[in-house]
Design a protein around this ligand. Structure first.
Ligand code: ZN
Length: 363
């Protein structure tokens, strides 16, 4: 079989790098549409506009509605066409970036990911997660092209609420366990091909950086400061997690996340928070030792990540609720099949066991 590795053309991370947006975009674009939700426009809109116009790139700013739904993507594609934009700049969290990728796919031109939080591995990938207008997971959309540039300003990342940063740690932690499970099961990456050694190794590096710098980076973000730990974990959450999941493949943790979105009460929990419950569930499914699972749970607790269903909003779930989640997690198109040959009953029971282990370490 063929193995493959794909990535964005460029990744730039550091303090105040938003100021470089215009210079870096000018060689490929004369006009850019910047998409961001209202709060993000307030934080970064003017700085982005100043940088673009300073480099003679016309800038149009447009507010993103908040959900990466088909309706919102179609609306913003019209805005991009009307503005004659030859570059789409997505600024914000995963949903804003995924929406910007979808708009670029339809309107054409270059694409820049400008994450303002290090909460997911969306910035580097060539896919969007499409949700219903009510926030339920619907499907993945895949594109031929990756973002042309990923621009990560760590002074902005450090100014955002710490919860986003810890959510990114959870999403990045899943990357290693999923890529490793896929490799052991001879599964496929997101391009339906074999993972490379590079993808496996980068996923491991991602996990090592999180364990080495996770706690101190979270402390720094709580103070709003940028340290080398913050740079290391931002790179893990954004670059390594992104390259790792797409090129290494994902497995059960994200399928359990997708299943959890079936329950309305989980919608206030972030992507990463739900993924973390999925990661612990996956470790139980793998039959890892108690000590191994407890070590991951204890690290999660140390960086304030949820380790129980109650912490992602599901208090005293009924048997029916957990069955619904587990059935969605093993739907035909789900990535769990990439590494596990399991029934929904096995997933449900693993969720209950993971929840029990998490509750015990919390008490
Ligand atoms: Zn994820």
């Amino acid at each position: 079989m063929t193995r493959s590795f794909e990535s964005p053309a460029a990744y730039v991370q550091g303090r105040d790098v938003v100021d470089q947006l215009g210079d870096r975009l000018k060689p490929v674009a004369d006009s850019a549409l910047v998409l961001a939700d209202a709060d993000v426009l307030e934080i970064v809109g003017e700085q982005a506009e100043t940088s673009l116009e300073g480099s003679d790139v016309d800038a149009t700013l447009e507010e993103f509605g908040g959900e990466s739904s088909e309706a919102e993507i179609d609306r913003l594609t019209e805005v991009a066409r009307d503005a004659d934009a030859d570059a789409i700049v997505g600024a914000g969290g995963g949903k804003a970036l995924d929406t910007a990728k979808a708009v670029r796919e339809q309107a054409g031109g270059a694409m820049v990911s400008m994450p303002t939080i290090a909460s997911t591995d969306a910035p580097t990938s060539s896919l969007s997660v499409i949700y219903s207008e009510d926030g339920e997971f619907e499907r993945y959309w895949f594109y031929e092209e990756h973002p042309d540039l990923v621009l990560v300003d760590t002074s902005i990342i450090a100014g955002a609420p710490v919860r986003f940063f810890t959510s990114g740690i959870a999403d990045a932690m899943a990357t290693w366990f999923e890529a490793d499970a896929v490799r052991r099961a001879d599964g496929e990456n997101f391009f339906d091909e074999d993972p490379t050694y590079a993808a496996h190794s980068l996923s491991r590096l991602c996990y090592d950086l999180l364990r080495d710098h996770g706690v101190s980076s979270v402390q720094a973000i709580e103070k709003g400061i940028v340290t080398e730990s913050v740079e290391a974990v931002t790179e893990a959450n954004t670059l390594l997690s992104g390259l790792g999941f797409e090129n290494g493949g994902i497995a059960a943790a994200h399928s359990v996340h997708n299943g959890l979105t079936q329950l309305e009460e989980t919608h206030h929990a972030t992507h990463g928070e739900k993924v973390n419950v999925g990661t612990i569930t996956q470790l139980v499914l793998e039959g890892r030792s108690d000590a191994f699972v407890e070590d991951v749970i204890d690290f999660s607790i140390e960086v304030d990540l949820p380790v129980t269903l109650a912490e992602v909003g599901v208090e005293d779930p009924s048997h029916d609720d957990l069955d619904r989640v587990a059935q969605a997690a093993v739907a035909d198109e789900e990535t769990i099949h990439n590494a596990f040959d399991v029934s929904s009953d096995e997933v449900r029971d693993a969720m209950i066991a993971a929840d029990e282990l998490g509750s015990r370490r919390l008490s």
